[in-house]
Each structure stands twice: as C-alpha cells, then as structure tokens.
Design a protein around this ligand. Structure first.
Ligand SMILES: [Zn+2]
Length: 297
C-alpha cells in the first residue's frame, strides 16, 4: 500500500476481520497457551469494534472521546466521517450501548469481567488461568455478539460476522456450555447420593458478604429452598445536566449459591448454569426492588 492509498476500514469490517483471525487461533486442535492468549485478545478487541459499530450505527457522534463542539457538529452536518478521531474506551462504550439498548443489561457484568481479563493479559504477567480465560472469553464474546446483532442491528449474527466465523464461535461456545452443564449435573447426582446416605456434602465454603443480595431458589440436591446470592453493582445510567443530577441503577449478577443441606456453588458461572433462563427474571426482580438512585452533583 503506497502512502497515497488509504483504506477506510469501518468498525464492522474490523470486528469481522478480528473475529475471523481469532477463531483461527482458537481451533481446539493443536491449541497452545499463546494461541489462547492471542486469540482471546483478538476476540475482545473484535467485540469492542462490534460494540462501537452498534453505537456508530445509532448515532455516529456518540463514539467520539472528546467533547462535541459546535465545529464538530458543523463537520458532521457536512458529511465528515470522523475516521481519525479518538473514540471512547471499551468500558465507556459498554455503558453507552447498554444505555441505548437496556435489553443488553444482563450481559453487563460478564463483559466488564472480560474487559478486565484483557487488561490483565496486556498489562500483567505471571499466573494466568488459561483454561478459565479460554472458556469465559469465548462464551461471553459469542453471547454478547449474538445479542448485539439480533437486538441492536436487527440482523442474524452469521450475516454480520460471517457464516464461517460465526459457526466456529458458536461451536466452541456450545462445546463449553455442554461440558460445564454435564460437569455440574454429574456433581449434583453424586451429591444427591451422598445426601441420601446421610453423608456430609463436600462443597466449597461460601464467605457470604453483607452487601450481597439473597433470593430463594430451588435446591437441586435436597429439593428444598436454597439461597442464591447476587452481587449488585451500581452504575451511572443517566444524566440530567440541567438539574445537575446523576441517576444510578443496580446491575445484579449471580455470585454464589448456598443451601442448608450443604450444597454450595462458589462461582457465578456455575450459578448461571443452574439458574438457566430464570436468571433474567431474578435479576429483574432485584432491579425492581432496589429501584434507581439519584445523586446530585
Ligand atoms: Zn439443598
């Protein structure tokens, strides 16, 4: 490419290209740690581009980092593309896309987590749980990409991301989900047998935090009521510049489950598997109960 040539790559092209490279690196055959790390970073950057393409499609100026001045608005009116302007961070893009499409809220905590994972991969060294990263990132990226395409762009994901790439992403996600569900179900069956023989259950001890929010849920082991715990994050959901008010909303995510019979789950991921499609309504009930808060600045 000579210096006079300029490729105008839009966010969606970027997302597609990065996802394609990533799934190539994450092929289960011959996978080594560095392929997992490289593929995971590419997947997360691809997701960032996809989120920005959704915001950009909604209203292009919403992805700009700097304050929008009168001059910027005039340029926009004149059809300028803003291709070389600085854009917002992935964290900020996540806040904005959820503001525009509240239906994406249930994904928030998992996507925040993989943004942290990316920062860890880029800025740290030493102990990294590769197996967890590989699973969490592929599952979360695939779920969120699917929601962005169908709920925000109103297009099937294979259309947006490309049939081949989407098939591979989905295949990997389903593989992880099936094996985890299988693991959990096998463990539950084992614990049920232990309980029937009056043995004490060998489950992790849960350090229940005061700020967690507990709700009752069916215990699959003793078949009575267990408590499922949610961590609730409060984050800015709206501004009123005239009144100087900042609105904050609760964002719950499951963190643990504990039952009188001794059964516990100590990871949000496993609790999510157990809750299945009931997770969303439980989160909604917490959001409803806690309501929104207003902070005056
Ligand atoms: Zn129980």
């Amino acid at each position: 490419m000579s210096s006079s040539q300029k490729h105008d790559i839009d966010f969606l092209d970027f997302a597609r290209g990065l996802f394609e490279k990533a799934v190539g690196m994450l092929e289960p055959v011959g996978l080594d740690d560095f392929s997992v790390i490289s593929g995971s970073i590419l997947l997360i950057v691809g997701l960032e581009k996809l989120v920005k393409s959704v915001i950009h499609a909604h209203y292009p100026l919403m992805i700009l980092l700097d304050k929008i001045t009168f001059e910027v608005l005039v340029d926009y009116d004149n059809g300028q593309s803003f291709a070389n302007y600085k854009t917002i961070s992935f964290d900020e893009a996540l806040v904005r896309v959820i503001n525009l499409y509240p239906v994406l809220k249930p994904h928030r905590s998992r996507i925040k987590k993989i943004i942290d994972d990316r920062n860890l991969l880029i800025h740290n060294f030493g102990a990294i749980d590769i197996a967890r990263l590989e699973r969490d990132i592929q599952v979360s990226v695939c779920d969120f990409a699917e929601a962005l395409c169908s709920q925000c762009l109103n297009r099937p994901p294979e259309d947006v991301i490309g049939q081949h790439t989407w098939t591979l992403l989905q295949r990997n996600r389903n593989g992880y989900i099936n094996s985890e569900t299988l693991d959990l179900n096998t463990r539950i069956e084992h614990l049920k047998r232990q309980l029937a023989q009056n043995q004490s259950l060998n489950c992790p001890t849960i350090d229940i935090q005061d700020f967690w929010h507990g709700l009752e849920f069916f215990c699959p082991v003793c078949e009575h009521g267990a408590t499922v715990y949610f961590d609730v994050d409060w984050d800015v959901s709206d501004f009123d510049h005239r009144e100087g008010a900042v609105f904050v909303s609760p964002y719950p995510s499951p963190v643990a489950l504990s039952c009188q019979c001794g059964f516990t789950l100590s990871t949000g991921n496993e609790v999510s598997i157990l809750l299945g499609d009931k997770e969303e309504s439980l989160c909604e009930s917490i959001i409803h109960e806690l309501g929104s808060g207003i902070v005056y600045s």
